[in-house]
Design a protein. Structure first.
Length: 197
């Protein structure tokens, strides 16, 4: 079985829309595209480079379109991105000129992919796809980059009903600009108790 690992840049209020640039995703009138740019430093750069090591990708249609318009011509910024398999969850898109692209149309397709042999699968962005995976307990690990700002409206990481699930913090870093980077792995079911007993 392959692990599905989510990598997300989020604000304190959970917004993950358009972290990379003003024109990345303006849907819904979002006007803060590129909100992560002021927070870059060597610490976050080292962690991101580690997370960008080649692995197959699972992407929603919108994120795939953003990636496909940029990364094929800029592989020097993400070595191996053109060679890994890009699995795209879309009911409308059927083909792409970006090599090694495979289209998935259903939750069953994603479950088959997870149960296949191969490398871990990383998800970048893809807010709607994330909601589907969280509802169906298909995410094994989270890499969250939590930025010290609130954005109000925008696509959110936890928006429409993730199942109750426990995670364990296995690695954390705080950057010089106040970004908290945490790696969380699934740790079974939610446990309850009484505080103070």
């Amino acid at each position: 079985m392959r692990k599905i690992i989510l990598l997300a840049f989020i604000s304190l209020d959970g917004v993950m829309q358009a972290p990379g640039g003003p024109k990345e995703d303006t849907s819904g009138g979002f006007k803060y595209g590129g909100w992560t740019a002021p927070y870059g430093d060597n610490v976050s750069g080292e962690v991101i480079q580690r997370l960008m090591k080649p692995a197959d990708l699972l992407l929603g249609r919108k994120t795939f379109e953003i990636f496909a318009s940029f990364w094929p011509q800029h592989e020097n910024g993400w070595p191996g991105i053109n060679d890994v398999t890009k699995y795209v969850f879309s009911k409308t898109m059927k083909k792409s000129d970006w090599k090694n692209t495979v289209f998935l149309k259903s939750l069953a397709d994603i479950k088959r992919l997870k149960n296949s042999k191969g490398s871990d699968i990383k998800i970048w962005g893809s807010s709607k796809l994330i909601q589907l995976l969280l509802k169906n307990d298909l995410i094994d690990e989270l890499w969250l980059n939590i930025f010290p700002l609130t954005l109000g409206k925008g696509k959110k990481l936890l928006d429409t009903g993730a199942i109750p699930a426990a995670f364990k913090l296995v690695e954390s870093t705080v950057t010089t600009t106040g970004v908290i980077i945490g790696n969380y792995k699934r740790a079974g079911k939610v446990k309850t108790g009484t505080v103070g007993n």
